[in-house]
Design a protein around this ligand. Sequence first.
Ligand code: SAM
Length: 271
Amino acid sequence: MSAERVPRGIDPTRAHPARRYDYWLGGKDNFAADRESAEILASGFPTIRLAALENRKFLQRAVRHLTAEVGIRQFLDVGAGLPSAGNVHEIAQGIAPESRVVYVDNDPIVLVHARALLNSSPQGATAYVDADLREPEKILDSPELSRTLDLSRPTALILVATMHFITEAEDAHGLLNRLRETLAPGSYIALTHATLDYLSPERRAEVVEADEKSGVRFQMRSREEFARFFEGLDLVEPGITSIVDWRPDVPPEQRPSVEDVSMLGAVARVP
Ligand SMILES: C[S@@+](CC[C@H](N)C(=O)[O-])C[C@H]1O[C@@H](n2cnc3c(N)ncnc32)[C@H](O)[C@@H]1O
């Protein structure tokens, strides 16, 4: 996107997570500052693009599982990101056209492009809420949410590659719990998260340095810290794994290494 085509309300001079992720996925809705930040991070973690693509594949496998095998028909996708191939409603409605999806993101660029997330099947519904996960009440009280989802019925809360933008100081676990306590029994939570767990101490140091230089605030979490998001929930098989090993649809020899992807994923049921 060229500087002269900057939409109103967008700051192109500072890297933003949604636009940087769009760059890694091969999208066009990013600016020089996003690409620069992306390349700085890639200098410490060269397989970041692969990690982004694998994350997207996890999202799609999780939504497919929840729709086709569990029977979920409502989705709340927080940190939805810019529209990309295989958005949640496209996957879910491809299986069950009556599926209803609410997308949430706090990045103004996602709001600019949200129309592409709203092309629901006639039998289902989609909505977009411009809100910040750090203000869960704004999400929960939004008219778009109450018009689209009935939270007294099972709903899948999706936070895929989102929680690592929330620090401990911002009470990441408390924020997730606030959303989770509104979910009906039989609801699900699907999460992925960046981790340093799979890397050697030398490689960890390189990633941390590049991450700090990249200008986007980020919080890596260990498997133990990630597991705390699921306390009191029933993990779906195979539990907490590298995203590449979570209900994979390709044999092991075709999957990237857990080091190159360095993301944890899991899906759990609210009892
Ligand atoms: C790496 S992208 C992931 C997009 C999508 N979930 C996926 O996995 O393909 C992270 C998204 O989370 C959003 N995000 C980060 N912090 C957020 C916050 N506090 N509230 C809402 N969205 C947030 C970013 O704007 C970005 O679109």
